[in-house]
Design a binder for this molecule. Structure first.
Ligand code: CUA
Length: 154
C-alpha cells in the first residue's frame, strides 16, 4: 500500500505524541502515588439492615487503626463529625443512600466517588493534628454546595 510521505510523517508524529502523553500520565500517576481503590463490596441502598451502614460511625480496629463507616445522602454525610487521634490510620467505608456523591478529604490524598449500591473504601494516615474537611465533589442536587463533614485529628 502506498502511503504519501506527508501522511506517513503525520501518522508517525501522532504515534509519538500518544506515547509521550500516555507516558506523562503514567509518570505523574506514579509520582503522586495515585492508586485506585479496590471494589469493597456491594450493599442494598434501600436496606442497610445487618450491614455496617445500619450504624455508621467510628470504630477502633486496633491501637492507632480506625474504621469510619459513613453514609452519604442528599445533602449530608453521617456521621458529620469524626474525631481520631493524631497518627491514626483510618479506613473509610462509604456508600450512598440515593444518588452519586463525592468524597474528598481536603489536604489529604483521598478522593472517591460514592455510588449507591457500592461500597467505596480507602485509607489514609493523619499525621498532623487539625481539622480536615470532607467535601462532596460530585454535583448531587440543589444542596450540593453545603454537603460536607469534618474530621478532627487531636
Ligand atoms: Cu453530594 Cu454533591
Amino acid at each position: 500500500m502506498k502511503i504519501d510521505a506527508y501522511e506517513r510523517f503525520f501518522l508517525i508524529l501522532t504515534g509519538i505524541t500518544l506515547v509521550i502523553f500516555f507516558g506523562a500520565i503514567g509518570v505523574s500517576a506514579m509520582a503522586s502515588a495515585v492508586s485506585l481503590s479496590d471494589p469493597a463490596g456491594r450493599v442494598d441502598p434501600t436496606n442497610f439492615a445487618d450491614t455496617p451502614f445500619e450504624n455508621p460511625g467510628v470504630r477502633e480496629l486496633a491501637p492507632g487503626k480506625y474504621e469510619v463507616v459513613m453514609v452519604a445522602q442528599a445533602w449530608q454525610f453521617t456521621p458529620n463529625e469524626i474525631r481520631v487521634p493524631v497518627g491514626s490510620e483510618v479506613m473509610f467505608r462509604v456508600t450512598s443512600r440515593d444518588v452519586i456523591h463525592g468524597f474528598e478529604i481536603a489536604g489529604v490524598p483521598l478522593n472517591m466517588m460514592v455510588i449507591p449500591g457500592h461500597i467505596s473504601a480507602a485509607s489514609t494516615t493523619f499525621s498532623t493534628a487539625g481539622e480536615y474537611l470532607i467535601i462532596c465533589h460530585e454535583y448531587c442536587g440543589v444542596g450540593h454546595q453545603g454537603m460536607f463533614a469534618k474530621i478532627i485529628v487531636e
